[in-house]
Design a protein around this ligand. Structure first.
Ligand code: SAH
Length: 361
């Protein structure tokens, strides 16, 4: 149908970088300063509709409306923790799909944990999103939108100041849009956020780690390791069959040499699977050569039991002790919002299971 074709040809405005926006507008005969004005409306004033752009003429707004659309997720559900300031959002995208985002308050600022895909195809055995598979990639605009909808609820001085890409999805499986998101986030005309305040977490897609290294961004790369040998890791994370541990760790070494940024490691403790003294010894042995002369650092996460997999959390305190005996530093990830199931993927999964589409936030 003509109507549909015309609609799908519209350009998503929020995903354009400043220069791209200037170029598209220039092709419509619009002067450069208008592009800057429009970018500010979108990324600093965070409007949801063209009608809010009050210093642009009605005719220009109508023209924009014809060529472009503003794609912002809205809040399908909101869960506020009663034990800390954590708020978890189920964000509804324009096509009705939902993803999760979490706003966490630390003494040094506010961190948003956001999703990069609707679902995931990596199939990690402990993860709530794995059984549902991948539906689609998120656009850069939809990633930004998750942060914007949080900020809209709080005073400016409590705006999000750090981002972790640890929500639903594998960021390096959606490389182009994640990179676009990072560029939009850090550009001076937008949020101007330093990428030093951004952590990208990956299950270990080796070629993409090498590609990211070439971009030379100051973000923190975090590897979801979760096991100290190939047999155990392949059993938990199918990606390990394609990119085994030694190749992954070699890529981490290359990443460090190229960017000068030390990679961090996540380790979800699962009782009886990866939490023994022997596991700690194996872990120390494989991590020590990655960054010579530096003590490796591991973030321990007691696994969040999900669905029917029967996994139980291992003791982080005990494992930390084992690791310290081996010369490896470890911290235990603070579990925020325990009462609201802040483990990513669980809210979306519950929503799909209950088929709840109504707004209750
Ligand atoms: N795909 C990326 C980012 C999303 S998951 C990655 O694999 O890193 C964010 C982190 O939560 C990862 O370290 C992931 O392994 C971990 N995780 C997923 N499910 C978990 C669970 N049930 N308990 C504890 N950590 C979990």
């Amino acid at each position: 149908m003509q109507q549909t074709a015309a609609t799908t040809e519209k350009i998503e405005l929020m995903g354009l970088l400043p220069q791209e926006l200037a170029d598209v507008l220039a092709s419509m005969g619009v002067p450069k300063f208008r592009a800057a004005q429009l970018f500010r409306w979108l990324h600093q004033r965070k409007v949801t509709d063209f009608s809010q752009m009050t210093d642009l003429s009605k005719q220009f707004r109508a023209e924009l409306q014809q060529r472009f659309y503003i794609n912002r997720p809205n809040i399908a559900q909101r869960l506020a923790s009663s034990i800390d300031d954590t708020v978890k959002y189920l964000c509804r995208l324009s096509d009705g799909n939902c993803v999760e985002a979490v706003r966490m308050v630390y003494h040094h600022g506010v961190t948003a944990c956001i999703s990069t895909q609707v679902g995931c195809r990596m199939g990690c055995k402990f993860c709530a999103s794995a059984p549902l598979g991948l539906v689609r990639n998120l656009t850069a605009a939809e990633m930004l939108g998750q942060i914007d909808l949080m900020d809209a609820e709080f005073p400016t001085e409590q705006a999000v100041s750090g981002i972790v890409l640890m929500g639903i999805g594998e960021p390096l499986d959606n490389y182009e849009e994640v990179l676009r998101f990072l560029r939009l986030l850090s550009c001076k005309e937008g949020r101007a956020m330093s990428l030093r305040h951004v952590t990208l977490s990956t299950c270990g897609l080796v070629p993409m780690i090498d590609r990211l290294a070439e971009e030379n961004l100051p973000l923190t790369l975090s590897i979801s390791l979760h096991a100290p040998d190939n047999a155990a890791r392949s059993a938990l994370m199918p990606v390990n069959r394609k990119y085994p541990l030694e190749e992954l760790l070699a890529a981490c070494g290359r990443y460090f040499r190229k960017t000068g940024r030390r990679v961090s490691f996540e380790y979800a403790l699962i009782r009886g699977k990866n939490d023994s003294r022997a596991d700690a010894q194996r872990l120390a042995k494989c991590l020590k050569p990655v960054f010579p002369k530096m003590r490796p650092h591991v973030n321990l996460i007691p696994v969040n039991p999900v669905g029917e997999n029967g996994f139980q959390a291992g003791s982080a305190k005990q494992f930390m002790q084992y690791l310290s005996e081996e010369g490896v530093n470890a911290t235990v990830r603070r579990t925020l919002g325990d009462d609201i199931k802040a483990a990513c993927g669980q809210l979306r999964r519950n929503a799909i299971e209950n088929n709840t589409q109504e707004r209750i936030g």
